[in-house]
Design a protein around this ligand. Structure first.
Ligand code: NAP
Length: 246
């Protein structure tokens, strides 16, 4: 039997990048997988590629900052699969600027997607998981939520907020047998990091003892462990996966 047989997983921001690899790993492990993202064409491409591993992969277009859209998402998933066993809050954006150049809109949009979006999805899905009396919630934070980073005060604040949110919700939901954990990745090769200038990428590389960037599948392996039954006694934790960087 595969690790996630009969489990239904919602993964936000999973049309590409780290979320897509988590969706692939979960599909290979027999989960019913819901790809959530905001661009329909990208969702369709990802669903098509993952159906090779598992017919029970569906895509739902949903902006995680909209309470109505997330409520519809949850209702559609329950109608289709009957339960929600796993939520991976992975969708995230960056709008990097030094503090003195940062517009209020840069601050607000990053906090809105990364932190408020995580709150909305967690609240709506937790209602289902509390009734089921089981569930796994995994939040994708970042090492900069622990260390801070010049030029990323909005992003770092959102990712640090996710760590504190994870600890609080883990305490609230533990009596209902729901585990809540976070992963704090270092530098992972995706479109989010591709857009950084070459000299910044080189600077990051020099700070990584293992002397290489991470790949999305590194995060997917840990995500599988934190969402299957092997991690049933772990909750409220943030696991750093960064090649030794911090
Ligand atoms: P990515 O390639 O940019 O993927 C993020 C996905 O989230 C995109 O498909 C994006 O859609 C989607 N998204 C954005 N806003 C959304 C919204 N409102 N509702 C639903 N989906 C939305 O990023 P990634 O590198 O895979 O990162 C995934 C997560 O890991 C993020 O939370 C990121 O902060 C975190 N992380 C990444 C790294 C890294 O080195 N890559 C390191 C630490 C943490 P669009 O098509 O609109 O962009």
């Amino acid at each position: 039997m595969k690790n996630l047989s009969n489990k239904t997983a919602i993964i936000t921001g999973s049309a590409r990048g780290i979320g897509k690899d988590i969706a692939k790993k979960f599909s290979e492990n027999a989960a019913n997988v819901v790809i959530v993202d905001i661009i329909q064409d990208e969702i369709n491409k990802t669903v098509k590629s993952l159906k090779k591993f598992n017919p029970n992969v569906i895509g739902i277009k949903c902006d995680i900052t909209s309470e109505n859209e997330v409520q519809n998402l949850v209702e559609n998933v329950i109608e289709k699969f009957g339960s929600i066993d796993i939520l991976v809050n992975n969708a995230g954006i960056t709008k990097d600027k030094l503090l003195i150049r940062m517009k209020l809109s840069d601050w607000e949009s990053v906090l809105k997607v990364n932190l408020t979006g995580t709150f909305i999805c967690t609240q709506k899905v937790a209602k289902i998981m509390m009734k089921q009396r089981h569930g796994k919630i995994l939040n994708i934070s970042s090492v900069v939520g622990i260390t801070g980073n010049a030029g990323q005060s909005n992003y770092s604040a959102s990712k640090g907020g996710i760590i504190a949110f994870t600890k609080s919700i883990a305490k609230e939901l533990a009596p209902r047998n729901i585990n809540v954990n976070a992963i704090a990745p270092g530098f992972i090769e995706t479109e989010m990091t591709e857009k950084l200038p070459a000299e910044i990428q080189q600077k990051y590389l020099e700070s990584i003892p293992l002397n290489k960037f991470g790949k999305p599948h590194d995060i997917a392996e840990l995500a599988l462990f934190l969402c299957d039954n092997n991690s049933d006694y772990i909750t409220g934790q943030t696991i750093v996966i960064d090649g030794g960087m911090i």
